[in-house]
Ligand binder design. Structure first.
Ligand code: NAP
Ligand code: G4F
Length: 361
């Protein structure tokens, strides 16, 4: 049988790396778009590149979502069966600083691919996945959010993703392109970018426990998120494109936790018990008990987490929890609700990474 060909934009990101592994293991030929950078940006996929098992089936191409001609030419030369549009300026807080760039890449980026599929007459051949986001729900209109919940975006990032969501639907309905939105809730992993809150916490708590840092500074401790594992979500991205009919799906765990709780659990993992004192900008976490068997380098009564105004957003999505019943019914989605396992995997991986970087230094 002829191998399927996939094209992944954003292959160097968290999701791109898991999706590339998954597709290669399913015997696909995988092409990915990477950005030209003055420093290395392929750390998340180097292990794939070096794996002999994937030789002649894994290809990287320079490109940028803001460059229509390059996007068109790449799709023309690859002629993929499936395109996964994961590339994005994906940091919500940063989108307030660079709204125009965020819109160009996230909103028009999706349009550029859809137009390429249409102009290159690949409508019958190429299926399209758009990485939509639970940020679309923003100021939530339903207690838990499903495909039927109205959107109310609260950031330039979310507004840009709203355009991408609708243009995907529009090209599906206007031109019959097999184009789908995966409305994915937050998903994390040891490969999560270091400035997203979960990874920022797992890295900092490890560094504090090793005596390398004194204090972690965070923004809104009371945000509630529905956090899943990125590897599980990559499988759903693929499944969405394997259906008989092009449709949109919410993917979520259906459980939510606060940022504050996430911090407590990371500390607990290292045998550090904290107590929160103060309110608002003065709120902080103080160490009240230490498990001596874990040999952490923190002192009782020291403050290890503080709030900093710097990390507050002009507007913030405070409360997200997904209703993924449709994905459960049609895609066989089995939400993995175990936050403890996710934290354990991220904490262990970050500790190793920190110790290795010290050794190298
Ligand atoms: P990520 O780790 O930030 O990866 C983003 C990818 O996009 C990276 O490969 C990045 O390249 C690339 N990129 C950024 N700007 C680009 C441009 N102008 N041209 C070409 N490539 C560009 O994000 P992720 O967590 O894997 O998320 C994947 C997608 O899902 C994103 O679209 C995100 O918005 C969406 N999403 C994520 C979540 C989540 O919780 N993770 C939830 C819902 C939706 P560099 O490596 O060079 O920066
Ligand atoms: O980890 P975050 O930056 O993720 P956010 O904003 O939910 O966005 C992520 O998930 C979306 C899916 O819903 C994706 F579409 C998007 O691409 C991205 O992957 O922040 C989570 C929450 C926010 O409410 C934020 O205000 O944590 C709060 N927070 C508190 N202190 C912080 C911090 N966030 C960050 N990044 N850094 C802080 O110090």
């Amino acid at each position: 049988m002829k191998k399927k060909i996939a094209f992944i934009t954003g292959i160097t990101g968290q999701d791109g790396s898991y999706l590339a592994e998954l597709l290669l293991d399913k015997n696909y030929i995988v092409h990915g778009m990477k950005r030209k950078s003055s420093s290395f940006n392929t750390q998340r996929i180097d292990h794939i590149y070096e794996n002999k098992k994937y030789k002649n089936r894994f290809f990287l191409h320079y490109g940028d979502m803001s460059d229509s001609l390059r996007v068109l030419n790449l799709i023309n030369s690859i002629k993929p069966h499936e395109i996964y549009n994961l590339a994005a300026q994906s940091h919500v807080a940063t989108s307030f600083e660079i709204p125009e760039y965020t819109s160009d890449v996230n909103a028009l980026g999706a349009l550029r691919i859809l137009e390429a599929i249409r102009r290159l007459k690949l409508i019958k051949k190429t299926r399209f996945y758009q990485a939509s986001s639970s940020e679309l729900f923003g100021e939530i209109q339903h207690k838990s959010q499903s495909e039927k919940t109205p959107f109310y975006p609260l950031s330039p990032y979310a507004v840009s993703k709203l355009y991408a969501y609708w243009i995907t639907k529009n090209y599906r309905e206007s031109f019959n392109i097999f184009a789908c939105n995966g409305i994915l809730f937050n998903h994390e992993s040891p490969r999560r970018g270091e400035t997203f809150v979960t990874r920022k916490i797992t890295l900092a708590i490890n560094k504090i426990a090793l005596g390398l840092e004194k204090c972690l500074y965070l923004g809104n401790l009371y945000s509630l998120r529905d956090w899943g594992h990125a590897r599980d979500y990559a499988l759903m991205q693929w499944k969405i494109l394997q259906q008989n009919k092009a449709e949109d799906f919410v993917v979520a765990t259906g459980k939510q936790y606060s940022v504050k709780y996430f911090v407590e659990r990371c500390c607990k993992f290292l045998g550090i018990k904290i107590k929160w004192i103060g309110k608002g900008i003065k709120e902080r976490a103080v160490v009240v008990e230490i498990d001596n068997t874990k040999k952490v380098k923190v002192r009782k009564n020291s403050t290890i987490v503080r709030v900093s105004e710097q990390y507050f957003r002009p507007l913030d999505v405070r409360n997200l929890i997904g209703n993924s019943k449709k994905a459960q019914r049609k895609l066989g989605w089995k939400p993995n609700k175990n936050l403890g396992n996710l934290i354990k995997e991220m904490m262990i991986s970050d500790r190793k990474e920190i110790l290795n970087s010290i050794k190298k230094y």
